[in-house]
Design a protein around this ligand. Structure first.
Ligand SMILES: Cc1cc2nc3c(=O)[nH]c(=O)nc-3n(C[C@H](O)[C@H](O)[C@H](O)COP(=O)(O)OP(=O)(O)OC[C@H]3O[C@@H](n4cnc5c(N)ncnc54)[C@H](O)[C@@H]3O)c2cc1C
Ligand code: FES
Length: 257
């Protein structure tokens, strides 16, 4: 059940490359959160920014949750200025999360840029379930790769500054060729990457769950700013990424790109 709470900040530091990690004492959220869910943050003391900012839950370690973020604009600039012992108003856990209850043996995690954020909590969960895990991380360049917590991650960067030069799908395609269909792909990142990952999954007959990061205003299903088009039988329907997602079966999505 979602809760609003003033979470005490345990730390808020630069981790690797352009990423920062904020560790929050949030017992009621940490207790019920599942990998793939997110929280929204009320940043600053006034009306700027007016909207809460969504962030995936990176690690769930009750009573603590961790968020991994990259400074992009007004909200995340403010977030980086919070100090240890300050409090931050957060709402969560929100959204549906990844489904991990299937009978698959191998999980392929594919993260693009800060899309790697929800995949660490998932990685921890899958480890507990004794699944074989293959992690593939993609980014524009080395400073946007965060591999902390992932053992033996395979890396692809567009400029070749870390791992192979190219897109994650280059690694994914060769990985899929060597796997049985007893596998599941879990992906989070930009839409272009998610579309390409979904196509690779379809080609190799491997089911694929994707976590979408559409722009959000309310985060709780009211404003319809986050909708994406999905197949509903022969019809098309709009679903709200904040409450019906952010995780969808890749086969459902009607890509607009
Ligand atoms: C479900 C969900 C989970 C997310 N998880 C994370 C996370 O774990 N770590 C993280 O760093 N970020 C995450 N984001 C994105 C994060 O919410 C935005 O980066 C943040 O809102 C930017 O706020 P800002 O005020 O700093 O930037 P703004 O000043 O609002 O915007 C700066 C730039 O970022 C772009 N932008 C803002 N939101 C998004 C978005 N959702 N997708 C693509 N571009 C965007 C804007 O168009 C603009 O160009 C997530 C978004 C969603 C919807
Ligand atoms: S963000 Fe308002 S309905 Fe999804």
């Amino acid at each position: 059940m979602k809760k609003i709470l003033n979470a005490k900040i345990i730390s808020n530091k630069k981790v690797s490359g352009e990423y920062r990690k904020i560790v929050l004492n949030a017992p009621s959220i940490a207790k019920t959160a599942v990998p793939g869910q997110f929280v929204t943050l009320k940043l600053g003391s006034g009306n700027v920014p007016f909207l809460r900012r969504p962030m995936s839950i990176h690690k769930i370690k009750p009573p603590v949750i961790e968020l991994l973020y990259k400074v992009r604009g007004v909200g995340t600039e403010l977030l980086a200025k919070y100090n240890e012992k300050d409090t931050l108003e957060i709402l969560g856990p929100l959204g549906n999360g990844f489904k991990t209850d299937g009978s698959f043996s191998t999980a392929i995690l594919v993260g693009g840029g800060y899309g790697i954020a929800p995949l660490l909590a998932l990685h921890d969960r899958l480890k507990k379930l004794d699944k074989k895990i293959i992690t593939i991380i993609g980014a524009k360049s080395k400073t946007l790769v965060n591999k902390e917590g992932f053992t033996g991650a395979l890396i692809a960067t567009e400029d070749g500054s870390d791992g192979i030069k190219g897109l994650v799908t280059k690694i994914l395609s060769s990985t899929c060729c060597n796997l049985s269909t007893d596998s599941v792909i879990f992906a989070c990142g930009p839409d272009k990457m998610l579309k390409a990952v979904s196509e690779a999954g379809r080609l190799h007959n491997i089911p694929c769950q994707i976590s979408m990061e559409n722009l959000m205003a309310c985060g709780v299903g009211v404003c319809l700013s986050c909708v994406c088009a999905v197949k509903q039988g022969l019809k098309t329907e709009n679903k709200r990424v904040c409450v019906d997602g952010p995780v969808f079966d890749a086969e459902e999505i009607i890509w607009q790109i």
